[in-house]
Write a protein that binds this ligand. Structure first.
Ligand SMILES: [Zn+2]
Length: 151
């Protein structure tokens, strides 16, 4: 994995250095390349909620804490959660969390496959049960479960 440098931002058309990356110097090139693919596939804004974090605010083995960072939480303007998830999978993310009950429903995306970790998908439970997840090993099961969710 590689890191991005100051120079990267000069040519980056889709994201700004000043977005809420946590610390952009900790972001992996692989992560931002996948986010750019997602942005291009969506042809809409991919809004960054967070990326790198210093060991708090996410689950204990979170890819938000890896150095360089392999995870981001985002939402795509004007898309359903299922649409966002499908595009993220096409963009190459092998671990995707769906958060249908965020104020702006969105997704966690990460590239744990680069660390040799298997695909994993999850859905966060409804309000009042935040932090409770149902996990799926296949993308197909994950999508089927998302279709059943009433927001
Ligand atoms: Zn996350």
């Amino acid at each position: 994995m590689t890191r991005i440098t100051e120079k990267f931002w000069e040519d980056c058309r889709y994201f700004l250095k000043g977005e809420t990356w946590g610390d952009w110097t900790k972001i992996s090139k692989e992560l931002i390349d996948a986010l750019i693919r997602l942005r291009q596939l969506a042809n809409r804004s991919v809004n960054i909620h967070c990326a790198w974090a210093s060991g708090v605010g996410h689950s204990s083995k979170s890819m938000h804490y890896t150095d360089p960072c392999l995870a981001a939480d985002v939402h795509i303007t004007g898309m359903t959660i299922l649409e966002q998830v499908k595009l993220a999978h096409s963009a190459g993310f092998n671990a995707i969390g769906a958060y249908p009950f965020w104020n702006k429903p969105g997704i966690h995306v990460d590239l744990r496959g680069l660390l040799g970790k298997p695909d994993i998908f999850w859905i966060e439970a409804e309000k009042g049960k935040e932090g409770t997840y149902t996990y799926y090993k296949t993308f197909e099961e994950f999508c089927e479960a998302l279709k059943q969710i009433k927001i």
